[in-house]
Design a protein around this ligand. Sequence first.
Ligand code: R5P
Length: 144
Amino acid sequence: MRISVAADSTDGVAERVVSELRRRGHEVVTHGALSEEERDDWAWASELAARDVREGRADQAVVCCWTGTGASIAANKVPGIRAALCVDAYTADGARKWNDANVLALSLRLTSEVVLDEILDAWLAGRPSADSADVANISHLDEI
Ligand SMILES: O=C[C@H](O)[C@H](O)[C@H](O)COP(=O)(O)O
């Protein structure tokens, strides 16, 4: 997959997100503090990654800030984006299965290297549920 990764800082696991995705064979585009030229504030960086997904330049995105809150809020402002702030593998699995999330938001403060690896495993293996109630919920998001 082609995955856009944004962060407002290179602290914590930000650079490990990029290296782990590349190690797993994905093509990675970087934004914010992970890019040489771009503004590194979370609202701008996260917006760019979310727009990559919205406009078809990426299949998915990972957006990071210190708490994960600002990055997820910014990504969710972009139409069609379903960003999920995930703190563990169970949440990441549920975000893909029940929410068809297309953007993974991470806290650079909270996410350890071990937990990051578990989250990425669950996120990348996850598939959206075909259950009619789940499909209806996702569909309603576009009507809100
Ligand atoms: O939701 C916001 C994020 O957690 C930011 O990473 C946090 O506000 C820190 O930003 P800064 O390093 O610019 O103070």
